[in-house]
Design a protein around this ligand. Sequence first.
Ligand SMILES: C[S@@+](CC[C@H](N)C(=O)[O-])C[C@H]1O[C@@H](n2cnc3c(N)ncnc32)[C@H](O)[C@@H]1O
Length: 189
Amino acid sequence: MADADRDRWDSRHAAAVAAGADGIAPPDALRGRTELLPPGGRALDVACGRGAVAVWLAAQGFAVDAVDVSPVALDAGRRLAAREGVPVRWLLHDLDAGLPDAGTYDVVVCQRFRDPARYPELVARIAPGGLLVVTVLSEVGEGPGPFRAPAGELRAAFGALEVLHHVERDGEASIVARFSGSASTSARR
Ligand SMILES: C[S@@+](CC[C@H](N)C(=O)[O-])C[C@H]1O[C@@H](n2cnc3c(N)ncnc32)[C@H](O)[C@@H]1O
């Protein structure tokens, strides 16, 4: 990522911090279906922002790695985790270089960060029986845009997993899917 782009993200996060009111929350795609989460283990929050989801996962008992390119966002996440009294491992990392390689996870969340080049790596990071939770901006219900997923993108990318929930509407697309653990799952190749 170019320095100017990272500075832009830092500024956006700084403005949100100044506005206050950061709190913890489950991933949007799991609202009303948090029972789909495995009982515990490791969780990865990709492009975690100021940590609302990462800290929520830690509060559920997961050992969380949270990745973002913005130091301002990660500092806000650290403060949120301290306030909630939970540990999170914060990883300053540019996803343009790929996902950090730290093994597999029982939960992989990627919310409102869309890079189709990373989709196979998201799948590769899911442990057998683990859950993938993705939400991206979508063209469905909104129209074309440079950062929006065309209709069907998430199902095409992740449909080889066991899809438990999928929705595209009002400018957003979400998928919740489980990796059965079958070595023949083509999405992991
Ligand atoms: C729209 S925010 C979403 C944050 C969080 N996932 C949420 O749902 O609130 C997108 C996040 O992606 C991060 N980001 C953008 N490009 C990135 C990159 N190349 N590597 C790592 N993080 C990146 C930004 O810093 C920002 O925190």
